[in-house]
Write a protein that binds this ligand. Structure first.
Ligand code: DP6
Length: 360
């Protein structure tokens, strides 16, 4: 499968002006993407739950330039305020995707975006943000090219989102998404993420409560973290382990075996952070409260035999994963014992969702 299928056909006319609004959720990986090569090609396959309430809503206003210029013309507004700090990243994104959307330089764009979660929450908005913008851009392509194939639309949105941020490729559909080629998963590809739903019903309603442990700027960005997997002493073993974990996890997801789910998901989270701690230079993104929370979860599980487990992304916040039918008891525990470890007692309740959509 090559990327060439996402090149546009010749077109004769372009719409003068208009606007398109899309929304896209965040996602949380179970088998983690950590390490990439070339242009956003992952070193291993990853799989995530698509979230539901943590999302970005983006409106793309477009207006044809009077005279074609050889540059991208766009402005970004976050919650109504011009935010120039986002613009270099979007500029780089446009450069990468122009081959697949050759009309970009024909337009002046205004990109208005807002997140459902507080921006100081430390939750990465790049996945949902890049996914929402990609949905808008493919919707514009649809107006130009009269695209009819819905799967092509979804795949291209994921393909473009990946070029903005790897994990964004997994925010287009749900309940789960797989990104990265895997020999045992026929449709899988490095180019975009595919929907995965051969899962026990318990996972379609899984809960994710995000404990906001540290809301500051991360000391080490994901981009730098990915780079540190080059020449990492354990990188090869890690990439092989992830491929093996994918096979095991798909079996677990089908069978609904929650004990095995917990063991694999927590191992993946700690392995991700172990890679950070053993890279050169080394770094630690977990905070003391991250560890307190993990220990409390283990004690709670031992005491109750319930199925609460954790995963981590590239930060100190903790994602608490648990089945819906255990939500009452688990939320009780979260409020009584875990909220004390959150910055200002803040946490977000989310659950598995169905992906991105074009609203208007
Ligand atoms: C730890 O997708 O943020 O969340 O491709 O450089 O934008 P870029 O990286 P990014 O990396 C996400 C890493 C992770 C694991 C995951 O989501 O799979």
């Amino acid at each position: 499968m090559t990327a060439s299928k996402f090149l546009m056909k010749d077109y004769s006319s372009l719409p003068e002006k208009g606007s398109i609004t899309s929304e896209a959720p965040s996602n949380i990986a179970l088998v983690k993407y950590w390490g990439k090569r070339d242009i956003q090609i992952p070193e291993n396959t990853s799989i995530s739950f698509t979230l539901n309430t943590c999302k970005t809503i983006t409106t793309l206003h477009f207006e044809k330039k009077e005279n074609l210029t050889n540059d991208y013309s766009f402005q970004v507004y976050l919650d109504g305020e011009r935010t120039t700090s986002f613009e270099p990243k979007i500029g780089k994104f446009f450069e990468r995707i122009e081959e697949y959307l050759p009309f970009l330089k024909n337009y002046k764009f205004k990109i208005e975006t807002s997140n459902s979660f507080p921006h100081s929450s430390g939750i990465a908005s790049s996945a949902s943000g890049m996914a929402a913008l990609s949905m808008c851009l493919v919707a514009l392509e649809k107006q130009i090219d009269n695209l009819k194939d819905n799967l092509y639309f979804q795949n291209k949105a994921s393909f473009l989102a990946r070029l903005g941020s790897g994990s964004a490729s997994r925010s287009i559909d749900g309940p789960m998404m797989i990104w990265g080629k895997h020999e045992a998963i026929p449709e899988s590809t490095n180019n975009y993420a595919i929907k995965y739903d051969k899962i026990d019903p318990v996972f379609k309603e899984y809960q994710d409560t995000i404990l906001l442990v540290d809301k500051g700027e991360k000391q080490v960005s994901s981009t730098v973290g990915h780079q540190l997997m080059y020449g990492h002493p354990f990188s090869e073993q890690r990439f092989n382990q992830a491929q093996d974990n994918m096979v095991s996890l798909l079996e677990i997801l089908e069978s609904g075996n929650l004990k095995n789910f917990i063991s694999l998901v927590e191992r993946e989270a700690l392995t991700l952070h172990a890679m950070m701690m053993t890279s050169n230079p080394y770094f630690i993104l977990m905070k003391p409260n991250t560890l307190e929370i993990i220990n409390r979860i283990w004690a709670f599980r031992k005491e109750t035999n319930l199925n609460l487990c954790f995963t981590l992304d590239a930060g100190a916040n903790v994602h608490l994963l648990y089945p819906k039918n255990e939500a009452d008891k688990t939320l009780d525990f979260i409020k009584k014992e875990l909220v004390a470890y959150c910055k200002n007692g803040e946490y977000l309740c989310d659950n598995v969702g169905s992906g991105a959509s074009v609203i208007i």
